[in-house]
Design a protein around this ligand. Structure first.
Ligand SMILES: [Zn+2]
Length: 282
């Protein structure tokens, strides 16, 4: 069965000048519609949902637009956009779908910039973290974005229900994730590492996860590992098929939440490739 795409055009309403801009998901959504995916509209997450991860002071400031951050602007109504993006992750987690929403989330910790990073890296609320908290199952968070998910690691560090696994490019923003710590397994890889080596590393990383500790796989799905993007590991479209296959091989339910990836055409084609790899090997 084809994975459903969770998406609302409302997420296109901010940041047209920013690299984390609407075009990246707009173009991706058009590609996926053309390929016949079914789309579902999310509803906004409630404040109660957000409080499972973030402190109330932090949410209060976000609501007031009190965001002082060098790369994460204080857009009008950003709290509402962020709430809807979390709603996308929540719906994806319930239907084993793919949330194609923005803003992304994995760099933001409980109260903003995480693990000593200087900024929130285009993130306001940690979408996947809220979805994982709400599910309250033993979860493997597989973070394939090219940047380390410092926010997600901060939130789930030493959480007995969660294993966090990240493959990311280094040196790069946010400068964290050089080593593994407890339940957080990190592999930092050099620029343009290449698909073959990447997949070998992913196999090794996934072999470190005890399948008995996994009831659900939550994929923090960034595509800036694509050749030429912001955190390139030299991956091309077919490599995402191989990643999808490896998710399927664990034989657990999964859902997917968009993180980075800044070339819309690549994002659309890579999502299709990943989901086909996943579906064809389940
Ligand atoms: Zn990224």
């Amino acid at each position: 069965m084809k994975t459903k795409i969770v998406y609302s055009e409302k997420c296109l309403g901010y940041g047209a000048w920013h690299i984390e801009g609407p075009e990246r998901v707009k173009i991706a959504s058009e590609i996926l519609k053309e390929k016949g995916y079914e789309f579902l509209e999310p509803t906004p997450a409630t404040e109660e949902d957000l409080l499972t991860v973030h402190d109330s002071d932090y949410l209060w400031k976000l609501k007031k637009g009190l965001v002082e951050d060098a790369d994460t602007p204080a857009y009008d109504n950003i709290y509402e956009y962020a709430r809807l993006s979390v709603g996308g992750a929540l719906l994806a987690s319930k239907i084993n779908g793919f949330s194609l929403m923005r803003p992304p989330g994995h760099h933001v910790g409980r109260n903003g910039a995480a693990l000593g990073a200087y900024t929130r890296g285009f993130c306001y609320i940690n979408n996947i973290a809220v979805a994982v908290k709400k599910l309250d199952q033993k979860t493997l968070i597989l973070d394939i974005d090219g940047h380390h998910g410092n926010g997600t690691q901060e939130i789930f560090q030493d959480d007995e229900k969660v294993v966090y696994l990240s493959l990311h490019q280094s040196p790069n923003y946010p400068g964290t994730g050089a080593t593994s710590e407890g339940n957080c397994i990190n592999f930092s890889l050099p620029l343009d590492y290449g698909g073959q080596l990447y997949l070998k590393t992913l196999d090794k990383a996934m072999s470190m996860v005890d399948p008995g500790k996994v009831e659900m796989i939550a994929v923090s799905c960034g595509f800036d590992t694509h050749l030429g993007d912001l955190a390139s590991l030299g991956l091309v479209e077919h490599d995402y098929w191989e990643i999808g296959k490896r998710v399927a091989r664990m034989k657990k339910p999964a859902f997917f939440v968009l993180e980075g990836g800044y070339v819309g055409k690549n994002v659309g084609l890579d999502i299709d490739s990943l989901l086909r790899g996943y579906e064809e090997n389940r």
